[in-house]
Design a protein. Structure first.
Length: 241
């Protein structure tokens, strides 16, 4: 093997390893984001009635659960006004025997209060989802408000949805970061510069899709997810060519 070959082969091997690690992280991240977005969109379809309501931003649901797990749903009510209010809310969950319940409580001026309830395997519908709808009747500060959430249910015994989510998220972020660092340490050739810019854009769009999906900004997450998928196809086509 000549001197040139001794330099090129390790570089090609290192580039291959860095790409495998990077794209593995991208795949995991997009899988998480797309699954969360899918659950949120399914929830909107599941409870669709045609009516529109003011959005309620205080509903918090797990992103993932397992079939043996009981998940806690939290709704946080705020009263920024100067008068006491009595929020009246209605909850509906999915499942063959859909649960419905309602309640009312007193909330003093400038006070915040959280209420909780649970969901489990009995609330699963459409195969692998749990959906929750919360309607809050008008009060002194708001018109009727509504919040929806969708939870993806995994069939993984012995683990919780939170554990699976955190582990997968950490692996994804680590792989993206490590693969990106390896790529930047390789010799910069003219033919790899465009590919490098594209992979950077792919990494940013994937991270944005994950962030927006996880905080409940479904539309923004969907847009960045589509951008990431398009960039992925462009990169693969460029690499093959």
């Amino acid at each position: 093997m000549n001197k040139t070959g001794q330099i090129i082969m390790p570089t090609k091997s290192a580039r291959t390893v860095s790409n495998v690690i990077f794209f593995f992280g991208i795949f995991l991240g997009l899988t998480l984001a797309i699954t969360v977005i899918w659950a949120a969109l399914e929830a909107q379809t599941y409870f669709y009635t045609g009516a529109t309501y003011e959005a309620f931003n205080g509903l918090r649901c797990p992103l993932f659960l397992t079939r043996s797990e009981t998940g806690t749903i939290t709704a946080t009510f705020d009263n920024p006004g100067g008068q006491e209010i009595q929020p009246y809310y209605k909850v509906e969950t999915s499942g063959l025997l859909a649960r419905r319940f309602e309640n009312q409580f007193t909330l003093a001026a400038r006070e915040s209060k959280s209420v909780q309830w649970t969901v489990d395997a009995n609330d699963i519908d459409l195969g692998s989802f749990i959906f929750v709808k919360l309607n809050i009747l008008p009060d002194a500060n708001h018109w009727t408000r509504q919040a929806l959430c969708g939870i993806f249910v995994l069939n993984v015994p012995g683990l919780t949805g939170g554990q699976i989510f955190i582990f997968t998220l950490l692996v994804s972020l680590s792989a993206i970061a490590f693969g990106f660092i390896l790529q930047n340490r390789l010799p910069d050739k003219n033919e790899s510069r465009n590919l490098g810019r594209a992979t950077q854009a792919l990494g940013v769009s994937t991270l944005a899709a994950m962030l927006f999906a996880f905080i409940g900004w479904t539309l923004a997450g969907l847009i960045f997810g589509i951008i990431a998928i398009l960039l992925l196809f462009i990169i693969l086509r460029f690499a093959v060519a």
